[in-house]
Design a protein around this ligand. Structure first.
Ligand SMILES: [Zn+2]
Length: 342
């Protein structure tokens, strides 16, 4: 064992299959993802930061649940997925590839090509029609975040929207339609993402999904009492169904009322440590929520990702554990979803 090599965080980081499980894209327009821009994530920054793969989300904001708004939300999700798919190309000295299976993602890493993984954030994208999930999957989407801020037809949100007429609780967790959507997600091989869902909705989703659920961008409520974070019973439920929480780089979820410049990689690693000690390293992962509210001093854009690996190595995590945290666990969930798909 060569200590000089094994101790170099950048070398270790670059050897890993690293996945950031939640990244927003600019919409309706923005800089070319192949150029270094003011965005926290673009493909040059991913490459410099040793990132292998990113889940890029077609995010639709919650709006009043009219048929017209639901159609517009679906159309927007489709258009955003087409934009995300178009990132899978070569331009200049950067190669990226659309990846819609675990095999694709692993092949991209072997070929030193950035892996683009599409996903959809907010079940409002399907309105009240579960048959809209299949076309989203056909465009490559690998997960659906059941809710965003505000209840929708599928589930209650952790952040009700009084301006949309939300009470604390509308469905008592999942609606019947939400349960049907989960069954359809399972059938299509998509993951059920419970980030943003209410506590009850999350616990019910854990129970009714045939495959392990994920929270693609949340933190630990015992360390920061925010409604977007998972409490200990929720963490235990995730472990019991073999799911994963992807700790995210949102300062207000990491430290109470903290601003990005008041938050550090140590604060982030504290949430990783807590989750690992509570439910085990195979149930924890890493996400940024970059360009959607994530980023803090030390991990303020995709190029700084090795700082997270360095901090975790200082805390005693070895290469095998880092591989699980940075992508192995999330890939396991994708694989389970693929195996269970019909
Ligand atoms: Zn989000």
């Amino acid at each position: 064992m060569n200590d000089a090599i094994s101790a170099d965080p950048v070398s270790v980081h670059n050897s890993l299959l690293t996945i950031d499980t939640h990244i927003d894209i600019p919409w309706p327009s923005g800089p070319d993802p192949f150029t270094d821009s003011t965005r926290k994530v673009d493909l040059p920054k991913m490459q410099r930061g040793g990132m292998s793969a990113g889940c890029f989300v077609a995010y639709v904001p919650q709006a009043a649940r009219t048929l017209e708004n639901e159609q517009a939300a679906f159309d927007r999700a489709v258009a955003m997925l087409q934009t995300i798919r178009a990132m899978g190309r070569s331009q200049g000295d950067i190669s990226a590839r659309l990846t819609i299976s675990v095999a694709d993602i692993e092949a991209a890493k072997r070929n030193a090509v950035l892996a683009i993984i599409p996903a959809v954030e907010n079940g409002f994208a399907i309105g009240g029609d579960v048959s809209r999930l299949a076309p989203l999957r056909a465009l490559g989407a690998r997960y659906l975040t059941l809710t965003h801020n505000g209840h929708n037809a599928l589930a209650d949100s952790a952040n009700p929207r009084a301006d949309l007429g939300d009470g604390a609780n509308e469905h008592g967790g999942l609606s019947a339609l939400g349960r049907a959507a989960i069954a359809e997600l399972n059938r299509l091989g998509m993951l059920v993402d419970v980030a943003h869902a209410s506590r009850q909705a999350m616990l019910q989703a854990a129970d009714c999904s045939r495959t392990p659920i994920v929270s693609t961008h949340s933190c630990i409520r015992a360390l920061c009492d925010h409604p977007r974070n998972l409490d200990n019973a929720q963490l235990d439920a995730l472990r019991d169904v073999r799911g994963v929480v992807q700790i995210t780089a949102v300062s207000a979820f990491l430290k109470p009322n903290a601003k990005p410049d008041q938050t550090t990689v140590a604060d982030f690693a504290n949430h990783i440590d807590f989750a690992v000690q509570r439910i085990g390293v195979e149930h924890v992962g890493i996400s940024s929520d970059f360009d959607g509210g994530g980023g803090f001093s030390g991990w303020n854009d995709a190029s700084e990702a090795p700082n997270i690996t360095a901090e975790l190595m200082r805390r005693g995590y070895g290469p095998a554990e880092l591989a699980l945290l940075w992508g192995g666990n999330f890939l396991r969930l994708l694989q389970r979803a693929e195996a269970a798909a019909e």
